[in-house]
Ligand binder design. Structure first.
Ligand code: GDP
Ligand code: MG
Length: 178
């Protein structure tokens, strides 16, 4: 009698994008949600959040993905941004070591502001910039293993692994909650 209820069962997962300014957070989201890339995006164009429907094991899941409006430049991401988040993409730029060195600080910030265990993937973005690489894949992997995070390298420019990055987080949240 309750098949209808089961069918309309709703999953809404809040997922936050964090990481230093200009690592490609907004472009990862625009690539994922609209298949668009902005070569000269300004840090101010970020929307508050974007809701994307996804299919995991035949279930419709809504991922509500939050992007900053550039506050990270001033290290002023508020607790409202993190509130209720169950997933996070923690992004650095493989061509700027400084952004990789900031990961520990972002992890602290995430742990401070979130009340639960947030499913987190470490994302080394701009994998297309092969000649400018400053952080090796092995370094990313090692850090992710030490911190118990998922790990992936992506390119919002050439699209590689962008969908997989979001799917990994959403699938894991679904597995934990179901
Ligand atoms: P955010 O500040 O973290 O949101 O970074 P943005 O998404 O605004 O991107 C900052 C700059 O990096 C922009 O000029 C983007 O075009 C560029 N960018 C973003 N992702 C990539 C990528 O995967 N590869 C390359 N080559 N550039 C990227
Ligand atoms: Mg942005």
């Amino acid at each position: 009698f309750c098949t209808e209820d089961e069918q309309t069962e709703d999953y809404l997962f809040k997922i936050v994008l964090i990481g230093d300014s200009a690592v490609g957070k907004s472009n990862l989201l625009s690539r994922f949600a609209r298949d668009e890339f902005y070569p000269n995006s300004k840090s101010t164009i970020g929307v508050e959040f974007q809701t994307q429907k996804m299919d995991i094991n035949g279930k419709e899941i809504k991922a509500q993905i939050w992007d900053t409006a550039g506050q990270e430049r001033f290290r002023a991401v508020t607790s409202a941004y993190y509130r209720g988040a169950v997933g996070a993409l923690l992004v650095y730029d493989i061509s700027r070591r400084q952004t990789f060195d900031s990961i520990g600080r972002w992890l602290n910030e995430l742990q401070t502001h979130s009340d639960m265990n947030v499913v987190t993937i470490l994302v080394g973005n701009k994998s297309d910039l092969k000649d400018a690489r400053e952080v090796t894949t092995a370094e990313g992997k090692t850090l992710a293993e030490a911190q118990d995070l998922f790990f992936i390298e992506t390119s919002a420019l050439d699209s590689s692994n962008v969908v997989v990055a979001f799917q990994t987080v959403v699938r894991e949240i679904y597995n934990i909650l179901s």
